[in-house]
Ligand binder design. Structure first.
Ligand code: 13P
Length: 233
């Protein structure tokens, strides 16, 4: 399974290094064969070797240039990073990233062979309009994206479940995942308020290939417990 931690704008560089070190020690001890991804804050990126794939939460679709506040592939290359998160709900909604920019990022990093975790998810208002409207909304979030890209991982993260403590029912998670799997055979992660006490059941849902966890994975021991659950399945 794929177990991913999105650290968002949390943890300093020193704290992130300690997080990764604890995680590597845990993975060594348990002989994990899970795929582990960690997305640190940009300023906490560091050279890293081990079982964990370190990824970028965001980057501009250019090697370098005049893009104030952004980093490009040259800065990622310095840290050996070839994994990136694109289309996270916080990028789409807080920073108003339009689909065209997400497609540009996707194509740029696809051409570099990056592992891309592409996020989709509906706001509550859309969900309340029923399943057909919701599935159409999710479909539009794939527009322009090559869903057959070999290094693609999709993360389904309902916007209303992120950071709220709310999650869809297990039945709904399975239902939506199975429907989404008809559109792409890429591994499909669930994200949105996954906690240490809900991860086991979510990971066991049909159609779920892993989880993308925010606040629930900020304490490394909780993230390790989730990896253990995946290993036990
Ligand atoms: P929370 O786990 O804090 O709800 O965040 C989920 C998320 O956005 C992961 O990318």
């Amino acid at each position: 399974m794929i177990i991913a931690s999105n650290l968002k704008t949390n943890l300093t560089r020193i704290q992130t290094s300690a997080y990764l070190m604890d995680l590597e020690n845990f993975l060594d001890e348990m002989h994990s064969n899970q795929e582990i991804l960690v997305f640190p804050a940009q300023s906490s990126l560091n050279l890293h070797s081990g079982q964990v794939h370190q990824g970028a939460q965001n980057a501009y679709p250019a090697k370098n240039g005049a893009f104030t506040g952004e980093i490009g592939s040259e800065q990622l290359e310095e840290f050996g990073i070839n994994t990136i998160l694109i289309g996270h709900s916080e990028r789409r909604h807080i920073f108003s990233e339009p689909q065209a920019l997400l497609v540009e990022k996707f194509n740029y990093y696809k051409n570099l062979g990056f592992k891309i975790v592409f996020c989709i998810g509906e706001p509550l208002k859309v969900r309340e309009e029923g399943e057909d409207v919701m599935m159409k909304y999710l479909e539009l979030q794939y527009e322009g994206i090559d869903t057959s890209y070999e290094n693609l991982i999709i993360a389904y993260e309902p916007v209303w479940a992120i950071g709220t403590g709310l999650t869809p029912t297990l039945k709904d998670i399975s239902k939506i995942h199975l429907a989404l799997k008809e559109k792409s055979s890429a591994p499909l992660l669930y994200g949105g308020s996954v906690k240490v006490d809900t991860a086991k059941d979510i990971l066991a849902c049909e159609g779920v290939d892993g989880v993308l966890v925010g606040s629930g994975a900020l304490a490394v021991e909780n993230f390790c417990s989730m990896i253990q659950f995946a290993q036990d399945i």
